[in-house]
Ligand binder design. Sequence first.
Ligand code: CS2
Ligand code: MN
Length: 368
Amino acid sequence: MRMVFRWFGEGNDTISLESIKQIPGVEGIVWALHDVPAGEEWPKDRIEQVVQQAAQHDLHTEVVESVNVHEDIKLGLPTRDRYIENYKRTIERLAEAGVKVICYNFMPVFDWLRTDLHKPSGDGSTALFYEKAKIHNIDPFELVRLINQDSALTMPGWEPERLQHLTALFEAYRNVTAEDLWEHLGYFLEAVIPVAERCGITMAIHPDDPPWPIFGLPRIMTGQPSLRRLLSLADSPANGITLCSGSLGANPDNDILSMIHEFHDRIPFAHIRNVHVFENGDFIETSHRTADGTVDIAGIVKAYYDNGFTGYCRPDHGRHLWGEQCRPGYGLYDRALGIMYLWGLWDAYAKAAGVPSRQAGEEEVARR
Ligand code: CS2
Ligand code: MN
């Protein structure tokens, strides 16, 4: 398991690379050029700049999250080919810079969705919260306004330029069915997977968050059958999954352990996060600790361990602790605590398997 930590870039993150370097066992950052609009090529000099910044702190840049997919590709419009060409160039450039995994998602219009970014957790901390009934009653435009008002920093997936054409986007998706979306995903993968394969990059789709349709927009990356179907769209090791336990875990019917056992050699990147799902379908993000939520984090780490997982892993969203002023879901403290929990589990499983304590981690997996 190779631990990495999401960093939003100089001036766009409250956390410094210096701080990230101090979290035990973190070897690299998960990054993106968040200001480059979806569909445009990533400039070579900007890529190199981030690689150098990280290298100064002895952190690698092998995982990118995300290279966003232009809406015209998801909509299957004739203009998509131009954006797909740009995507291919970006893959090549990232490979030249040493990137190994590109995380992306195929959610129409919105990325992750919550109704409250600062819900009190009951212990003085706050966390991201999803209230099912509210989503059914709120006007999406109002939600966009609230989300952007609530955060001074650009939220990934909620970039103003992406959302300024919201009315036109809803109109464009009016007749797009889930099956259409599958077809458009297939078309995209057919074009980009051979390029990724040639460059030594693995494309890793992120599941939909939450994993069900919202505001009448289709969502297709929702559980085990859809991940299976995704893999069958392009039978190549370059076509992989970012297995996000928090996104998938918002639906209690999702058996994440079973997904790890079935797909482990196609998971180059693990997002580990816990959520507490309530009876009525609402959910709140919790600490990574198994007992704090409804996702079996200890079981998930065990499943990765037992399958000899050597991919990248990051703690996903965290709560906002100890008065930290940070990007919603992406503070330092709770994610650092999460990392220590994940390492604790990993090392304990290694110990139980008879691996010498001082060698716990990736090396031992190779040795077993
Ligand atoms: C979220 C997403 O669960 C998560 O990791 O923060 O925004 C995620 O980064 C994207 O959907 C990946 O493309
Ligand atoms: Mn995730």
